[in-house]
Design a binder for this molecule. Structure first.
Ligand SMILES: C[S@@+](CC[C@H](N)C(=O)[O-])C[C@H]1O[C@@H](n2cnc3c(N)ncnc32)[C@H](O)[C@@H]1O
Length: 217
């Protein structure tokens, strides 16, 4: 079990790997979008939050890490890299009403979390509205118990409430749901703060099943 300091070092290493992959695209516009629009928040801190959630949940094969809001694939890439280290064999199922962008596909190819030709890797994308896809048993990610979910789609209160209602019954005994942009102006903060066990950490907020352990404390 890693202590927080080591977790931060490991997470920062993976954040650096994602940033280096973005730089290697040699596309200034793409770099701007990915760095300033998607990863605008402190990437090592974001990676640390992901690492702690996955370390707490201890996902096993046959369970899912779910992301709502694929867009340019930066957070799915981070989740995929961390999962590869912490829970080999567990896949990241990411869904977006607009599908994964071409930047996402390129980033995943560079990082090896999703190969466009042989489909190898541990990040799987699905086009669709989260509310429909999460309950679709024909999508493997829609039928698996959820160990970790990162909710980064439609940040409105109603959408997040619906997504929470779908995710909560499927959470594993140590499952974690991490929400992005909790406190942006019309964000879901007011709804989430009304839920038992919700922790508000500023940009991010989370609810976890199971007792905290050293790595998640
Ligand atoms: C802030 S972006 C996600 C950024 C992404 N995590 C990344 O690393 O690039 C939000 C995304 O959520 C998607 N979205 C919005 N509402 C959705 C819904 N109901 N179901 C699925 N995706 C949704 C949007 O199409 C948009 O691409």
């Amino acid at each position: 079990m890693l202590d927080l300091k080591t977790t931060q070092i490991e997470a920062a290493r993976l954040a650096k790997t994602v940033l280096a992959a973005i730089d290697s695209m040699g596309d200034k516009a793409a770099e701007h979008v990915l760095r300033h629009s998607v990863l605008r928040w402190d990437p090592p801190a974001l990676a640390t939050a992901f690492w702690r959630c996955i370390a707490h949940a201890r996902p096993e094969p046959g369970q899912a890490i779910v992301e709502i809001g694929t867009f340019h694939g930066a957070t799915a890439a981070l989740l995929g890299l961390i999962a590869r280290d912490l829970c080999p064999g567990v896949k990241v199922w990411t869904v977006d009403v607009n599908g994964a962008s071409s930047l996402a596909l390129e980033l995943w190819r560079i990082l090896g979390v999703r190969h466009p030709l042989d489909q190898s890797g541990n990040v799987l994308a699905r086009l669709g509205r989260a509310e429909a896809v999460l309950g679709d048993p024909s999508w493997p990610g829609g039928g698996l118990p959820v160990a970790v979910a990162f909710v980064d789609g439609d940040h409105g209160v109603d959408a997040v409430a619906r997504e929470w209602a779908l995710l909560a019954p499927r959470l594993t005994p140590r499952g974690v749901v991490l929400f992005d942009d909790v406190n942006y102006s019309r964000g879901p903060g007011a709804f989430l703060r009304g839920l038992d066990g919700f922790h508000d950490e500023g940009r991010l907020g989370w609810i976890a099943n199971g007792k905290p352990t050293e790595e998640a404390a």
